[in-house]
Design a protein around this ligand. Sequence first.
Ligand code: NI
Length: 146
Amino acid sequence: MILVTRKAHFNAAHKLWNPQWDQARNEEVFGKCANKHWHGHNFELWVTVAGEVDPDTGFVVDLKWLKKIIEDRVIEPLDHSNINLDVPFMQGRMASTENLAMAIWDQLWETLQHPRYRLYSLQLFETPNNSVTYYGPGFGGLPPAP
Ligand code: NI
């Protein structure tokens, strides 16, 4: 098995706000992230595909194709958006980095299923220092190798 990673980038605004809580509780839990006038991040997304090398190309996956899939399914709906208001796949979800990574997985995994490779992980950076890594649904560690 070998891992191939494509990096992508988008800018988006959000706020962290639980509508079941009052303002004081939201501010206590989320601090500045609960600012009602929103705030933005420069997100970086690392999409990792695991698989075996195709002997005909020497590639696991065509990175031009992977780039286009990520652009169409993820960057186009998210870039310069308000995650809470504008992004169909985030409606009704808290706009945390964890939830966003899981929603992005749902946008990608079906297309990135192939007998020779598949989506392996997503790492989503909200800031250079803060990121989440998602290996797909379920708890208990890494998925089996393809
Ligand atoms: Ni934020």
